[in-house]
Write a protein that binds this ligand. Structure first.
Ligand SMILES: *Cc1c(COP(=O)(O)O)cnc(C)c1O
Length: 372
């Protein structure tokens, strides 16, 4: 049987009665928007991360737009972020009218390199948006310290790191705001789009709640510009069912990630590296991403052995055509040497909680063969 890149079918089979029961409850009570499952999920999400508040929203993208809007970031403002992420990171900054300022990554973790931060700060800088890429949290202590010194807010793009820990604390609760995604392929996925914002600030929670609902303070009374950024009740119901199994799934991901790392540490091939998780971090392994010299050849050889792979991401954000044009109007290009190198060499292998030992063996063997 062909190996899937992510196996959501086995997961569904394991959770089927619970998911169906939860969905049926929504179909019966009929509150398809703003149903009681929303508050129930938000409470569970907050408890899970340790944050005071969680706000469910329509996508990971909205989970970044909401705090940006709530913080009043807009035209004339700059937000510093990494050069190497999924495009939604930069997109949200541009959507509120601000300008993304991209800095290079640390070549080991692929996350924003905090030593590059201070040089990028100007009078216009309002926020830093680090990304906890592939499930490993960025260096939040360093980032928060610099933010504090310059009076900036920090929004962690934790779309790939819900469930990861940094120095024993959960991702999403490490800075002013954390925004995660429940896109089906993320570590905790809904059966459609979804996301959540986390904060410890009650006032900002209220502001974001209003923005989520067309900027309304009460029904048909709009005190601010808003969005329709609500999460459907059915998606909340599905996530509630999936949350019960999530701690086990995280352990499984970590077991498999560690097992791959152990196996690949035996590989004495130059031009190949397996993911390094820093000792203070616990990755949630949203992706298992290696680097290899001849990526096209490696990918072909894996494919011939029935092992799918994916490239996250083939281009850095400031090189994306639309963003490049925008950048040319505002800034001189930065030095994104490490990010560009990553874009040319990274490749992600299958990883998912229900992967059995035999499949793990097959993947390990295929990698060894592909590099021979
Ligand atoms: C998936 C993702 C997003 C956007 O989440 P959506 O739910 O797809 O809107 C943002 N940032 C990163 C790093 C992501 O991986």
């Amino acid at each position: 049987m062909a190996i899937p890149f992510i196996d959501l079918k086995t997961q569904y089979q394991a959770l089927k009665p619970k998911i169906q029961e939860r969905i049926n409850a929504v179909l019966e009570h009929g509150a398809y928007v703003n149903g009681p499952e929303i508050a129930e999920l938000e409470k569970k999400l907050a408890e899970f991360t340790g944050a005071k508040y969680a706000l469910a929203c329509a996508s990971g993208t909205d989970a970044l737009v909401l705090p940006l809007m709530a913080a009043g970031i807009g035209p004339g403002d700059e937000v510093i972020t990494t050069a190497f992420s999924f495009i939604a990171t930069a997109e949200t900054i541009v959507l509120v009218g601000a300008t993304p300022v991209y800095i290079d990554i640390d070549p080991v973790t692929f996350n924003l390199d905090p030593s590059k931060l201070e040089k990028a700060i100007t009078k216009k800088t309002k926020a830093i948006m680090p990304v906890s890429l592939y499930g490993q949290v960025a260096d939040m202590d360093e980032i928060n310290a610099i933010a504090k010194k310059h009076n900036l807010i920090v929004i962690e793009d934790s779309a790939q790191s819900f469930g990861a820990t940094y120095k024993g604390k959960r991702s999403c609760n490490l800075s002013t705001y954390g925004g995660t995604s429940f896109f089906p392929a993320k570590p905790l996925g809904a059966y459609g789009d979804g996301g959540a914002v986390f904060t410890n600030d009650e006032k900002m929670l209220t502001v974001m709640k209003e923005i989520r609902e067309h900027g309304s303070e009460k029904r048909y009374y709009h005190t601010r510009l808003g969005l329709n950024a609500r999460l459907d009740t059915i998606q909340c119901a599905i996530l509630l069912a999936k949350m019960e199994r999530y701690p086990w799934e995280i352990e499984q991901r970590q077991r498999i990630g560690d097992r791959f790392n152990q196996a690949f540490s035996e590989l004495k091939v130059k031009d190949f590296s397996y993911p390094k998780v820093l000792t203070h971090n616990k990755s949630v392994w949203a992706q298992y991403t290696v680097t290899v010299g001849n990526r096209a050849d490696f990918q072909k050889k894996l494919s011939e052995q029935g092992v799918p792979s994916s490239i996250h991401y083939p281009h850095i954000m400031p090189d994306q055509p639309w963003y490049k044009t925008l950048l040319e109007k505002t800034h001189t290009p930065g030095d994104w040497t490490n990010a560009r190198w990553a874009a040319d060499h990274v490749i992600s292998l299958p990883i998912y909680p229900d992967m059995d030992a035999k499949t793990q063996d097959q993947i390990i063997e295929a990698v060894f063969k592909a590099l021979k």
